[in-house]
Design a binder for this molecule. Sequence first.
Ligand SMILES: [Zn+2]
Length: 168
Amino acid sequence: MSPDTATVACPSCGGAVPQMDGPTHPYMESSPGCWHVFGEILEREYGNPAFAAQHRLTVDNFAVQHPGQPSSQSIQSVCLHLISLCLVLERGVAPAYATRVLSAAARDKQRFVWLTPPESLGVVTVADVRAVSSARDHTQRVRDWAESAWTAWSPHHETIRAWLPGEG
Ligand SMILES: [Zn+2]
């Protein structure tokens, strides 16, 4: 992707992403360019362990900034990824531990409901993570992205906290 490729705002997260055709995720609805940039970020994380420290958050952030339309899959996805953000950002649990807790939380998925997405899903997006090159900046930017996305969902924080394991 050359730097002069035209950009367009993703209709879901608002990030400035390449204007292009291509595949998108079936329920994490985004523009093709946004899905493409997310793929680039995942490749960076899978290809170099130094970039992967916050991989758990990368996946959570993208999911909660692309909630899509109400369906059983999207409801489960958004709720679980918000639970993960809450565990990591508010409770300070290690990302790997959050992943284990999520598999337990997924067994109770019938309690999850559609949370109406906030008007803005956060000012930090995939585009900001793509823009940095060092592992240290990448890790910090993913963390900023998580804070931004989690804060955007604040109207639902109480609901999400009540879903944390042991508090439901
Ligand atoms: Zn997007």
